[in-house]
Design a protein around this ligand. Structure first.
Ligand SMILES: NC(=O)c1ccc[n+]([C@@H]2O[C@H](COP(=O)([O-])OP(=O)(O)OC[C@H]3O[C@@H](n4cnc5c(N)ncnc54)[C@H](OP(=O)(O)O)[C@@H]3O)[C@@H](O)[C@H]2O)c1
Length: 280
């Protein structure tokens, strides 16, 4: 096993990024981790993680960050880029401000592509790109359409990238987690307040309760490690790893279950929450 391999992880201030950065510095990796604000003290982050500042939604910020990364690496190569930083913008698509939809894509997709482009010259044969997608990139739920669209797009981007980079011996791997206990859930509490006058106000009034229940049932963040480890270490890793209590069920729902049936299940579920069908 080669030691001291450089890995760049985006978004190490909390959640999955923080956890995997801390795990990786214990192993054969040197980790560069990006945060949006270096002035904040990240007390739970291992001090061996080399911090850089990067805002995924800003082209300039990403370019500046890569100048620093190039200096840190010198003549050395980057073993892996883990595109982890992400946001989840909730809301009904017919009413979601278009700027919020764009921000969702700026962070979860365009930022990922820009980082990948700038990391590319630093790679060598055997390097890997690990993209943190979601089961929302396989199955779409109502009121998380912006997030799901960004993750479906990330899935397609990753497939295309893998089929291009396979010619150069660079692996592209998707990690597709279901709910994990991180801050991403709390960040969306109060969304119902923004849609008080919405045609969906009665459903969205329950959003906080649904978010809290999802978070309660979520897997601990540690559940992601086996997939990350395989993506990093296996000579021939899988193209995608689902991280979910019932990964098999996600595969069936995503690939074999007719979407009409899925619509009906979701419809019944929304109606059971007393959602009235209003003529518009
Ligand atoms: N937790 C889950 O249940 C789950 C499930 C499936 C997929 N995922 C995916 O996992 C990834 C990590 O999410 P998480 O659950 O660990 O959530 P999290 O705790 O909210 O972490 C998100 C990270 O992304 C960073 N970030 C957000 N906007 C950014 C921007 N504009 N520029 C740079 N960094 C930015 C955050 O930095 P700040 O602290 O500066 O905001 C933070 O470090 C995301 O891509 C998410 O879609 C999570």
């Amino acid at each position: 096993m080669k030691f001291n391999k450089w890995v760049l992880i985006t978004g190490v201030s909390s959640g999955i990024g923080l956890y995997i950065a801390n795990e990786m510095v214990k192993g054969p990796y040197r980790v560069i981790g990006s945060v949006r604000d270096r002035n904040i003290q990240y007390k739970t982050l291992d001090p061996r993680v080399v911090l850089i500042e990067m805002d995924q939604s800003s082209e300039t910020s990403i370019s500046n960050a890569f100048q620093v990364i190039n200096q840190i690496l010198g003549n050395e190569k980057l073993f892996a880029l883990i595109n982890n930083a992400g946001i989840a913008v909730p809301g009904p698509l017919v009413e979601l401000p278009i700027e919020q939809f764009k921000e969702q894509f700026n962070v979860n997709l365009f930022g990922v592509l820009r980082c990948t482009q700038l990391a590319f010259p630093l790679f060598e044969t055997g390097s890997r790109i690990i993209n943190i997608s979601s089961v929302s990139g396989l199955i779409t739920s109502p009121f998380t359409g912006a997030y799901s669209s960004s993750k479906f797009a990330l899935e397609a981007l990753s497939d295309a990238l893998r089929r291009e980079l396979m010619l150069l011996g660079i692996k592209v791997i998707l990690i597709e987690p279901g709910p994990l206990k991180t801050k991403i859930w709390q960040k969306n509490l109060g969304v119902g307040e923004n849609y008080k006058n919405s045609v969906f106000s009665d459903v969205l009034a329950r959003a906080d309760a649904i978010i809290e229940e999802t978070e309660r049932n979520a897997l601990p963040v540690e559940a992601i490690w086996p997939s990350i480890n395989k993506a990093l270490e296996l000579k021939n890793p899988s193209n995608r790893y689902i991280v979910h209590k019932r990964a098999w069920m996600i595969k069936i729902l995503a690939h074999f279950f007719p979407s009409k049936y899925l619509d009906q299940m979701i419809f019944k579920n929304l109606r059971s929450q007393n959602h009235k069908i209003r003529p518009i």
